[in-house]
Design a binder for this molecule. Structure first.
Ligand SMILES: [Zn+2]
Length: 276
């Protein structure tokens, strides 16, 4: 995909400019992509919402079921897709991120042999994924994303990464947990990140002659201890969810990690994201 003057060229995307934006990004930004689902049944219904001047919401790009793209806001302008949100030491992710909205109904309720969306449409079993949301404990039902959508989002993120200094690809559910559940477990967000962000880091490390394992904190708050045991004292403030770390050693289910200091965390709360 090609981006010229912060716009996808018409070869790759239609455009339908929406004049709802918070002005230009600060220099060096955006550096983050936030993935959403529209929570609706069609591109047309999402466009209606985003084009409605009474609705304070916009996004950079919409991804239709067939993978077709429609750009609404140029990539050098802030769109209103994240709302109240936080990641690491940042609040209000709109000022840092590009928003990609994928047409998808989201969470479904099972009723008989069918699955129903909040707006009343029924989905057959083959369009449904049963999975546990990263912020929930029990499995639930979700509309399946099409292969075309997943491939388009991957290509789009790659193009954005080539053009901008993208170092984070996040789900709305990760920056507004408790308030938002999109894109949900039917979207292969971790895979997308592994492919676009972590692989590169691995390449850099390999070219430096060093191999490392990285991980991401999957607990709300994770204690860092001086030794591999719950009896070892904590040595820094707990790590927050999604903190990335290097795993240096492993003992009895504990990982020795490097963040700002070296200490030990319970391995079951860390998801390994690459190994070599
Ligand atoms: Zn969202």
């Amino acid at each position: 995909m090609k981006i010229v003057d912060h716009r996808l060229t018409t070869e790759f995307a239609d455009n339908d400019w929406v004049d709802k934006s918070g002005g230009k990004f600060a220099p060096g930004l955006p550096d983050t992509v936030v993935i959403h689902y529209t929570g609706g049944g069609s591109l047309a219904s999402a466009l209606n919402t985003f084009k409605d001047p009474k609705v304070s919401a916009s996004a950079h790009v919409l991804v239709d079921k067939d993978g077709r793209l429609v750009q609404l806001v140029p990539f050098d302008r802030i769109a209103w897709h994240a709302g109240i949100s936080a990641y690491l030491d940042r609040n209000g992710l709109n000022s840092y991120s590009l928003g990609i909205e994928v047409v998808n109904a989201g969470k479904l309720e099972k009723s008989g042999s069918l699955y129903r969306s909040w707006f009343g449409r029924s989905y057959p079993e083959e369009e449904v994924v049963r999975a546990v949301h990263r912020n929930e404990e029990e499995p639930s039902y979700w509309e399946r994303f099409t292969q075309e959508q997943i491939e388009t989002v991957l290509n789009l993120c790659q193009a954005l990464k080539n053009r901008y200094q993208i170092c984070h690809i996040l789900g709305h559910e990760e920056i507004s947990p408790g308030r938002k559940i999109d894109p949900g477990p039917a979207f292969p967000l971790d895979k997308l990140r592994d492919r676009l962000l972590h692989d590169n880091r691995k390449d850099e490390q390999e070219s430096g002659g060093e191999t490392r394992i990285s991980g991401v904190v999957r607990a709300q708050a994770l204690n860092v201890r001086s030794g591999p045991s719950v009896n070892s004292p904590t040595i820094v403030q707990p790590l927050s969810r999604n903190t990335e770390l290097q795993i240096l050693d492993e003992q009895k289910g504990w990982y020795q990690v490097e963040v700002k200091v070296r200490g030990w965390v319970a391995g079951k709360f860390v998801e390994k994201i690459s190994s070599s």
